[in-house]
Design a protein around this ligand. Structure first.
Ligand SMILES: [Ca+2]
Ligand SMILES: [Ca+2]
Length: 310
């Protein structure tokens, strides 16, 4: 049997037409078969363990993949998470949430991409945390973590649920520097207990090159510092467990020569005058309180006599 040229042409036209029709049906298949208004948009949302979306450089934090089915009964979910490899790296294998313990695909082999396909035991209408992903901040900057593709199917003939994805942004900031709360501007003592506040991630305080361990839990710190006579300009730097350094906080204090109330380098009649002016006064930062016990009395007079004309 021979097919005429005309028929061949018609078959070709019909074939092309059929392809277009199939394409159109396929393209609009959700609307044709699944009635979008019966399948409310489910939500896949990314959140993190970092407070206010901020994380210190070199710190570990968790990314959470949360699923909100919005009334749909979900039997299986697949998604791809993308994270920027210049600022973030994977710090361990992701851990599945309890409800979603049937992973058919779990691929983290390519840096910056996390692929998962999860089966939901018995199918579920409950919101749940699908996955906890341990991440680490590796350089300063803004990291956008996104979901590039996602699908969920329901128990109704495997219908695909319309999805809306919520990305998250992490700001990677320098290690928070310690704060000095000591307000003293002068002292007669050779050592000073310098104190302040800090973030819990700081486990060491470095002052003048000397490192002191401080509590990793406490948000306060106190370090004993040796002072030289004259002006002491101190730089106070925090260090975390990984020996990352914070920026420096600065603190200045003048160590006066003992009993030199007017700070002129001599202990003489002028300082005695100052002692008399302040006699029996109480309170902090009194220039005549040489032993710094918050009272100007006979003990300070003793200190003056011990250092007279020195
Ligand atoms: Ca003096
Ligand atoms: Ca005193």
């Amino acid at each position: 049997m021979y097919m005429s040229k005309r028929k061949t042409f018609n078959v070709a036209v019909y074939s092309i037409g059929l392809l277009f029709l199939l394409g159109a049906i396929s393209f609009s298949s959700y609307n044709l078969f699944y009635k979008a208004d019966e399948l409310p948009s489910a939500n896949l949302a990314l959140t993190t363990s970092s407070a206010g979306g901020q994380v210190s450089n070199n710190a570990n934090f968790n990314l959470y993949v949360n699923f909100i089915p919005s009334g749909n009964t979900i039997c299986a979910i697949s998604f791809t998470i993308n994270y920027p490899t210049d600022t973030i790296q994977l710090a361990g294998e992701p851990v599945l949430g309890e409800v979603y313990d049937l992973a058919v695909e779990a691929d983290t082999s390519v840096p910056g991409i996390i692929n998962y396909a999860l089966g939901v035991k018995g199918c579920s209408t409950s919101s749940a945390q699908l996955l906890t992903v341990p991440l680490k901040a590796i350089s300063l900057g803004t990291a956008n973590i996104t979901i590039s593709s996602s699908e969920a199917v329901t128990d109704i003939d495997g219908q695909v649920v319309p999805f809306s994805n919520v990305p998250t942004v992490i700001n990677i900031i320098p290690l928070a520097k310690p704060v000095v709360t000591t307000s003293k501007t002068f002292t007669y003592k050779s050592t000073l207990s310098l104190a302040g506040t800090k973030s819990a991630e700081l486990t060491k305080i470095v002052i003048g090159g000397v490192t002191t361990d401080v509590s990793a839990i406490a948000t306060t710190w106190a370090v004993s510092v040796n002072l030289t006579i004259g002006n002491n300009n101190l730089s106070v730097v925090g260090k975390d467990n990984l020996n990352n350094l914070s920026d420096a906080a600065s603190y200045s204090i003048v160590r006066r020569k003992m009993a030199d109330a007017d700070n002129d380098g001599f202990v003489n009649i002028n300082d005695f005058g100052s002692l008399m002016l302040n006699w029996k006064k109480t309170g902090a930062d009194n220039v005549a309180d040489f032993n710094e016990d918050l009272t100007v009395d006979i003990k300070d007079f003793g200190n003056l006599m011990l250092n007279w004309n020195k």
